[in-house]
Design a protein around this ligand. Structure first.
Ligand SMILES: Cc1cc2nc3c(=O)[nH]c(=O)nc-3n(C[C@H](O)[C@H](O)[C@H](O)COP(=O)(O)O)c2cc1C
Length: 556
C-alpha cells in the first residue's frame, strides 16, 4: 500500500459526492440497450438443483439473536439449499403492465444486484462432489465451477471449516455503473455489506455461525471464486467480477474456524488451482460504458494478503428484551418478507421501547447475528433524524456504537449542542440528543429531496470513522461500506418485525449532511442513509411468487 493508493481512494470519495444541483457523474439516463443481465450464469457448468425448504424452517425471528437457541442443522443439501434461499434467493416477482422484475432476500441499489456468491463445499454424499459452486438465485441452483478430484476430497474437506463451508463474494461493478455512473462503486460495497448480513442471518436461522475471514486478501478470494480465471477473458472486462470477501460458515464457532482457514489458505488455493474447472461466464451486456474512476478505486482499495488484524469489538453490552409485536414470528417470513418502502405515510409512529430495541440490535455481541460476521470494533455510528418516536422529542440524535468515538464527536460538534440522553433511554445505549426540532424537511433535503426520509418515523445517516480507518489501509474504504450495509440489513429486518418498512438511501448530499452536523474535516463521513416507518404501497404493482417457474421442483 502506498500513499498514492490512499489518495486515489480519498479522491474517488470526494468526486462521487452528491451536492444540490451537482450530482456525481453518470450518463444521466438509462440506456436500455446496454442494460446488464442481473443473473450471472456459467454455460457448460453442471447444475445441482436445490430444494425449496425455507417455508418449512421453524426458527423464530427472535431466535436469530439468541446464541444457542437454534440447534445446528446438519450440513446436508437441505441445509445448503435453505441457507442460499434465505441469504440470496428470490423472494417475489413484481409486475407492472408487461414488465416483470424479481426481488431477492438482499436489497440492492436500483435493484441491480451486483453481488455474486460462490460456495466452497465438501462433498455431500449422493448429491454433490466437493468443489466450488456459483449460486444462481433465478433457478435456485448451484453451478459447479470447480470439481476436486475424489482422491483429494478428504484433504480438501480438512482445509474447510469443520462441518461447514466457505462463501466467496464478488461484485460486478458494471451492473451498478450502468445506471449510477461513478458513484456505483459505493453502492456495490453497500450491497456486499447487505449480503454479508444476509449470509450471517441465514446461518443463524440454521443454528450456524458465519464470519468474514481476515487477512487472506482479495487475490485469494478471487482464486477461490475463480473470478480471475482465463474463461473470463471470453467476456468483456466490464462483465467480470471483483473479489470482495470470504465468509466462513461453521456449525458454532466461526471465529476459530475462520482463523484456521486463514492459516491454511495457501494450501486451499493450491488445491483449488489443480481442480477441474468448468463453465464460461455469460456476457451481461452487448456494449458497455467505462467509468475509469471505478476501476481505479477498485484497484487502489484492494486488500493485500496479511493486512493487520483489526481491533476486535469491546465487551458485550447488556441485552434488551426486544418488544416485538409478535414474539413467535418466523425468521424465514421476516427474512423473505423484507421489502423496501417506495413511500412512507408521514403518519406512523413507533414507541420509544421499539426504537431503543432497534438500537440495541445494532450493538455487536459475541456469537450474535449479524454483527459478529464483522471482525472489527464498530467504526460506523448513527446520526438520527427522529420524526415520530412516541416519548422521544423530534430532533437530531447521535448514537455511538463504540465509546471511543465520543471525544471525536464532541470535538467536532462543539459545546453548543444539548448532548443529553433522551427520556427512558437504557443506560448502555450511547444515544445523545443534539438538537430538539422538527427536521422532516431537512432530512428529505439531505436525502436528495426524497420525501421518504422525512415521512418515516425516523431517518438516519451512518457516520464512519473515515480518516482513521483509511490510514489503517485503503481497503478499509470497502469495509466501512460493508459495515454500513450490515447495519442497513438489521434495520430492514427490524422494520419488518415491527410491522413497518425500511429503505436504504444511497442518494444523499454528502457535505450537506456533514455541514448540518457541524463536521468540518473528513474525520467522519456519512456513508449510507436509511429511513424506517409506515409504508405506502404502490397499488399498481402486482406481486407474484418467487419460484412459480420452478413449480415442478417444489412439488417433489
Ligand atoms: C445501497 C442501497 C441504496 C439504496 N438507495 C435508495 C434510494 O436512494 N432511494 C430509494 O427509494 N431506494 C433506495 N434503495 C432501495 C432499492 O431501490 C431496493 O432495495 C431495490 O429496489 C430492491 O427492492 P427490495 O429492497 O424491496 O428488494 C437502496 C437500496 C440499497 C441497498
Amino acid at each position: 500500500m502506498t500513499s498514492h493508493e490512499l489518495e486515489r481512494v480519498i479522491a474517488y470519495h470526494r468526486i462521487t459526492k452528491h451536492a444540490p444541483g451537482r450530482y456525481a457523474r453518470s450518463l444521466g439516463y438509462m440506456d436500455w440497450d446496454t442494460q446488464p443481465d442481473p443473473f450471472r450464469r456459467f454455460d457448460g457448468a453442471p447444475r445441482v438443483e436445490l430444494p425449496l425448504r425455507a417455508d418449512a424452517l421453524r426458527t423464530k425471528y427472535a431466535e436469530l439473536y439468541e446464541p444457542g437457541a437454534v440447534a445446528p442443522h446438519p450440513l446436508g443439501i437441505d441445509g445448503v439449499a435453505t441457507f442460499f434461499e434465505l441469504a440470496l434467493g428470490l423472494t417475489a416477482w413484481k409486475g407492472y403492465g408487461e414488465s416483470r422484475w424479481s426481488l431477492r432476500a438482499d436489497p440492492s441499489s436500483g435493484n441491480l444486484h451486483p453481488t455474486e456468491a460462490y460456495a466452497v463445499l465438501p462433498s455431500i454424499a449422493g448429491v454433490l462432489d466437493a468443489g466450488v459452486f456459483h449460486y444462481l438465485s433465478h433457478d435456485h441452483c448451484l453451478e459447479q465451477r470447480a470439481r476436486v478430484a475424489p482422491d483429494r476430497a478428504r484433504e480438501f474437506a480438512e482445509l474447510l471449516p469443520s462441518g461447514g463451508f466457505l462463501v466467496a463474494v464478488s461484485s460486478i461493478h458494471w451492473r451498478e455503473s450502468w445506471k449510477y455512473g461513478e458513484r456505483a462503486f459505493r453502492y456495490c460495497q453497500h450491497d456486499a455489506g447487505h449480503v454479508l448480513a444476509t449470509l450471517r442471518y441465514a446461518a443463524a436461522a440454521l443454528g450456524w455461525s458465519a464470519r468474514i475471514v481476515d487477512g487472506v486478501g482479495d487475490d485469494f478470494v478471487a482464486r477461490v471464486a475463480g473470478t480471475q480465471r482465463k474463461e473470463y477473458l471470453k467476456v468483456d472486462a466490464l462483465d467480470r467480477e471483483h473479489a470482495d470477501y470470504l465468509v466462513c460458515v461453521a456449525p458454532r464457532d466461526a471465529v476459530g474456524a475462520a482463523e484456521r482457514v486463514r492459516e491454511r489458505a495457501s494450501e486451499l488455493a493450491a488445491l483449488l488451482d489443480s481442480a477441474d474447472w468448468t463453465g464460461v461466464p455469460n456476457e451481461l451486456s452487448g456494449d458497455h460504458y467505462e467509468w475509469d474512476v471505478i476501476e481505479g478505486v477498485a484497484d487502489a482499495a484492494r486488500e493485500p494478503a496479511g493486512a493487520t488484524a483489526p481491533e476486535p469489538p469491546e465487551a458485550d453490552a447488556p441485552r434488551l428484551l426486544a418488544a416485538l409485536p409478535d414474539q413467535h414470528v418466523s425468521a424465514s417470513a421476516i427474512i423473505r418478507g423484507r421489502r423496501s418502502a417506495v413511500a412512507m405515510d408521514g403518519k406512523t409512529s413507533i414507541s420509544a421501547e421499539a426504537f431503543y430495541g432497534i438500537l440495541d440490535r445494532l450493538l455487536p455481541r459475541a456469537n450474535t447475528a449479524p454483527l459478529d460476521a464483522l471482525s472489527w470494533k464498530p467504526r460506523v455510528h448513527l446520526a438520527f433524524f427522529v420524526h415520530r418516536v412516541v416519548g422521544v422529542p423530534s430532533g437530531l440524535y447521535l448514537f455511538e456504537r463504540n465509546a471511543s468515538v465520543h471525544d471525536t464527536l464532541r470535538a467536532q460538534l462543539g459545546d453548543g449542542p444539548l448532548w443529553t440522553k433522551p427520556p427512558g433511554c437504557p443506560e448502555h445505549l450511547r444515544l445523545h440528543c443534539v438538537t430538539e426540532r422538527d427536521l422532516r424537511g431537512l432530512a428529505a433535503s439531505i436525502s436528495c429531496q426524497q420525501e421518504i426520509a422525512g415521512n418515516g418515523a425516523f431517518s438516519l445517516g451512518m457516520l464512519a470513522e473515515y480518516r482513521a480507518s483509511l490510514e489503517a489501509g485503503p481497503h478499509w474504504y470497502c469495509r466501512l461500506f460493508w459495515e454500513a450495509g450490515v447495519i442497513g440489513q438489521v434495520l430492514y429486518l427490524e422494520a419488518e418485525a415491527h410491522g413497518l418498512r425500511g429503505t436504504g438511501i444511497g442518494c444523499y448530499f454528502d457535505d450537506l449532511m456533514h455541514r448540518t452536523l457541524g463536521l468540518e474535516d473528513d474525520a467522519l463521513q456519512s456513508l449510507y442513509h436509511f429511513t424506517l416507518g409506515g409504508p405506502v404501497d404502490d397499488e399498481r404493482l402486482v406481486t407474484l411468487p418467487p419460484y412459480a417457474h420452478l413449480a415442478e421442483r417444489a412439488a417433489r
